[in-house]
Design a protein around this ligand. Sequence first.
Ligand code: ADP
Length: 191
Amino acid sequence: MLNLVLFGPPGAGKGTQSQKLIERYQLVHISTGDLFRAHISNQTELGQRVSKLIADGELVPDSITIAMLEEEIVKNPEAKGFIFDGFPRTVAQAEALDRFLESKGTAIAGVIALDVTEEELTARIAKRKAVSNRADDDSEKLKKRIEEYFSKTIHVLPYYENQGKLAKVNGIGNIDAIFGEITDIVDRLKN
Ligand code: ADP
């Protein structure tokens, strides 16, 4: 299996690059943000529990997030591999993911971190707000999401760096050029 984590702050381009990666490598894309939004729009019990946290730009508790993610992996027994997008966002999530994949006889092959400055992020999300109807794309909520990233999520980077799995890619520039850098890394991981 080829399991990848696409890592980066809100607005780094994880969603865009994930779409291109699943086409190229036929992997199953798991975005915890998309899964939460589906629960919210379907008004499931889980959706009702998390909707305020998400609207406020706060992280959903690990126990809820990890259980939802594991369920999604189990739903795809035929997958050639997964692209995890927006997960893990805490070290506890990263540890849980390692344990779970190990129990399935597999592991994370590599982590691709999109590097984008805070200034660029704020500008991008302001633009996205104009076309999206995500409740968490307004500037106060975005500030909170970026804060959550720099206080909790950033610690996931050294976790993978210590495992020798981290590759950084400059996330500013032409989308296809960034994709080219990512595929160079993925192709090396495959061989
Ligand atoms: P972005 O990367 O653009 O901020 P996502 O779509 O990945 O957005 O996530 C949206 C929201 O969903 C997050 O702000 C958070 O509230 C919640 N969320 C998504 N993934 C996780 C996760 N792994 N752990 C905790 N909360 C999460």
